[in-house]
Design a protein around this ligand. Sequence first.
Ligand code: CU
Length: 111
Amino acid sequence: MNNYFSIIIGTCALLAAIGAQAADVTIMQKDKSFVVNGKQVEKLTIKKGDTVHFKNQDPFFHNIFSLSELKTFDLGSYPAGESRSVTYTKAGKAEIECAIHPQMYLELEVK
Ligand SMILES: [Cu+2]
């Protein structure tokens, strides 16, 4: 009986550990720049499995795309208040850009 409970507890601990690894990272699009925790950023490091949410906080449209080999995507253009998300499942480096504002540029490192 003890072993049975050990297996259950062990499985729960393992699931909790897997769940804790993947996080949600919110990047604001504000004043035509990328902002994390109130600070303008041009570089950001996240963990493998993390989901990045790009939230438009400007009163105009933003776009999000990346041509990086790590993960190529174009999440389209979207208005104020909306957000788009992307999950990184592999480690590496990616460049994130906005097709509407060429000055918006973010170097993402996935560890
Ligand atoms: Cu933009």
